[in-house]
Design a protein around this ligand. Structure first.
Ligand SMILES: Cc1cc2nc3c(=O)[nH]c(=O)nc-3n(C[C@H](O)[C@H](O)[C@H](O)COP(=O)(O)O)c2cc1C
Length: 138
């Protein structure tokens, strides 16, 4: 499974009715495909975590990305996950400006660079280990 966090800008001011409408769709559709997560909204921003089977999450992300109720949709973080953190919620909701969350703000600044750097580092270490093993058996 994977966990994906994106941020987006609402096209119009976000109303409670609009959020209820989104949640109704989410609760109807997400459970059927094994997706859980949380929708954070406030100011004119959305942040959403989608977690679940990789294909289901990516498909849902593409569907949601096309929704005209928001734009400037950007993946902030995506990573493999062992188990859902929001398993009790087909879609939880938090009413708060996403930027008030320190780590979201940091992730947005660095976007995926840090993740890439780490993954890159691991890959390099893996290559070195393979080379060392080859040398040892030569
Ligand atoms: C910020 C935002 C988050 C959304 N999150 C979800 C979601 O988690 N699940 C979902 O099914 N639809 C979500 N939607 C709505 C979808 O874009 C789409 O309108 C909906 O899935 C259509 O449902 P239907 O195919 O059952 O008519 C979201 C929309 C927005 C603007």
């Amino acid at each position: 499974m994977i966990r994906l966090l994106y941020l987006s800008q609402a096209t119009h001011d976000i109303s409670d009715v609009q959020v209820q409408d989104i949640l109704r769709s989410a609760r109807r559709n997400n459970e059927a495909v094994g997706i859980t997560g949380v929708l954070v909204h406030g100011g004119s921003m959305f942040a959403q975590i989608l977690e679940g089977p990789e294909q289901a999450v990516l498909r849902m992300y593409v569907k949601v990305m096309d929704d005209r109720r928001h734009g400037d949709v950007r993946i902030i973080h995506i990573s493999p996950a062992n188990e859902p953190m929001f398993k009790d919620w087909s879609m939880a909701v938090i009413k708060s400006n996403p930027m008030e969350f320190q780590h979201i703000a940091q992730l947005r600044t660095h976007r995926m660079e840090a993740v890439h750097a780490q993954a890159f580092g691991e890959t390099m270490r893996e290559f070195v280990a393979i080379l060392n093993a080859q040398r040892a058996s030569a």
